[in-house]
Write a protein that binds this ligand. Structure first.
Ligand code: NAD
Length: 499
């Protein structure tokens, strides 16, 4: 049994708490490694190392910090296959999807190569007589991030790349379900030239998270995961005076207008609903066809596509569309919610229950499900299922469809499929959701824009990556300067505007 480590001060370090979590192989249901769960003392050790290393890193000029990012991009490309394989082995997603996970993180690293430009301040010459005013962005110090299981490469990179490019030290507390890739990323950052102690990985659970939340040295906390934990971390982190951004769960609606290209919409729903077994915060989990005729035609197109989906282990290569879900508990939760859908009167059009894969009977595979006639009061509509289950809610008008997305407590992403520019424009303007797709089912913004939901999908004000990340990981300092030649009239006692 492999015993995984923490990564502290440039070295793999065994856990000392005596507590471990099982890292599963979701395809076989076997335990494949033990992940150490850090104690408060281990977290404090990491924080002390980070605090000692950070000032020297902040003093390195931004161009040199950017060169570490350049080299890191090369190393990610060099090790892409290795990273994807390690990711699939612990997460269960297919290899191309795992490579996409690394790639979407890599693109944010590329953006961070622009740190010298992004960190430039503002300057006002002669703001008053002999007075210049300028502002600069300075690193926060020791920063930390807590990441979910579903993107074990991408989301850590979304946090640590900008944090480190800005001159901070970063402590990553990845998901205990798939911690190997985060450890590999920390090694690669050092191979790229990052000084020891600037990126550390502390594996753990609530105990480690609480230690970070209550540590006075830690200046900021980034979190991505489920909404209940996001709310807890946001509340506790803010109460402790930290800068906090927390990204939570989702229930993403796709509105299908009567004029939409239904083949295109059906294809989009298959990828967005069932890709990665539905374990994406930007997955489409609710299809909202407008009008019964649209709904009937859409279902007709969806069913054969869903029945053709190939579910299996990543090792089966191109023969697989999606893999197992991450744990037995995740599988049980999906099955429980599916049962509530049936009990509460939704129509199960494609029944993925009792899916069985020969040779992988103990794996956490879930067959694809499609529900029709789902209503607002049902549990399968209200809750995030995070599995290969697509719910269809029939709307009788565009306004009703828009209202569904507006009234839902989550507001991460949404999409509209239509040929009508006015409808698309109206939808994008009015809907209270953070990321909108127009004939694009998973509208994940690229690295140089920002990523973030609204409502219960996000707590905080600044989004992930893009320019917001450089704001989140720095503080603004504004300097008003006057040289002695400008002070000729004695003391100033009144607070007054610049002349
Ligand atoms: P999770 O909330 O169970 O875990 C996320 C992190 O929090 C992990 O590192 C975990 O160790 C830690 N954690 C778990 N319980 C904790 C507790 N009681 N106190 C403190 N920390 C705790 O989420 P998950 O199952 O790993 O990920 C899936 C969820 O993440 C879904 O809800 C999904 O929508 C969401 N997600 C959101 C986004 C986004 O950008 N909005 C992106 C990806 C995933």
């Amino acid at each position: 049994m492999q015993e995984l480590t923490h990564y502290l001060n440039g070295a793999h370090v065994k856990g000392t708490s005596g507590r471990f979590a099982d890292v599963m192989n979701p395809a076989t249901g076997e335990v494949q490694a033990k992940c150490p769960l850090a104690s408060k003392a281990e977290v404090e050790q990491a924080v002390a190392i980070a605090a000692a290393a950070q000032p020297a890193w902040a003093a390195v000029n931004p161009q040199r910090r950017a060169r570490v990012m350049m080299k890191f991009v090369d190393l990610l490309n060099r090790d892409m296959d290795k990273l994807a394989e390690a990711l699939s082995r612990e997460h269960g997603k297919t290899l191309p999807d795992a490579a996409g996970d690394v790639q979407r993180g890599l693109e944010v690293v590329e953006y961070c190569i622009g740190a010298p430009q992004l960190l430039k301040g503002d300057y006002t010459d002669s703001a008053g007589p002999g007075i210049d005013m300028y502002s600069m962005r300075q690193a926060l110090g020791v920063t930390a991030g807590i990441t979910p299981f579903n993107f074990p490469a991408m989301i850590p990179m979304w946090m640590f790349a900008p944090a480190i490019a800005c001159g901070n030290a970063f402590i990553l507390k990845p998901s205990e379900r798939d911690p190997s890739v985060p450890l590999m990323l920390a090694e690669l950052m050092e191979e790229a030239g990052l000084p020891k102690g600037i990126l550390q990985v502390v594996n753990g659970d609530k105990e480690a998270v609480d230690a970070l939340l209550h540590d006075e040295i830690v200046q900021s906390i980034g979190f991505v995961g489920s909404t209940a934990i996001a709310e807890y971390i946001y509340g506790t982190g803010c109460a402790n005076g930290k800068r906090v951004q927390c990204f939570g769960g989702a229930k993403n609606h796709m509105i299908i207008m009567p004029d939409a290209d239904l083949d295109q919409a059906a294809d989009a729903l298959i990828g967005a609903g069932y890709g990665a077994a539905g374990e994406r915060c930007m997955a489409i989990s609710v299809a909202v066809p407008v009008g019964d005729e649209t709904a009937d035609r859409l279902i007709e197109k969806l069913v054969p596509r869903i029945e053709k989906l190939k579910v299996g282990p990543y090792t089966a290569g191109a023969d697989v569309d999606y893999g197992p879900v991450v744990t037995a508990a995740a599988k049980a939760n999906i099955e429980r919610l599916v049962q509530t859908g049936i009990d509460q009167g939704a129509k199960l059009v494609v029944d993925g229950r009792n899916f069985n894969l020969q040779g992988y009977e103990d794996g956490f595979f879930v067959g694809p499900h499609l529900f029709d006639h789902v209503t607002k009061d049902m549990d399968i509509y209200k809750h995030e299922i995070f599995g290969p289950v697509l719910s269809t809610v029939r709307a009788q008008s565009y306004e009703e469809a828009l209202g569904l997305a507006m009234d839902h407590e989550y507001g991460n992403g949404t999409a509209i499929f239509t040929r009508d520019g006015d409808a698309a424009r109206d939808f994008a303007n009015r809907v209270n959701v953070g990321m909108i797709g127009v004939n694009v089912p998973i509208p994940v913004p690229l690295a140089y824009h920002t990523f973030g939901g609204w409502k219960k999908s996000m707590f905080g004000d600044l989004n992930q990556h893009g320019p917001d990340a450089f704001k989140f990981y720095t503080r603004t300092k504004t300097i008003t300067s006057r040289w002695p030649s400008g002070i000729k009239e004695g003391g100033e006692f009144n607070f007054k505007p610049m002349e």
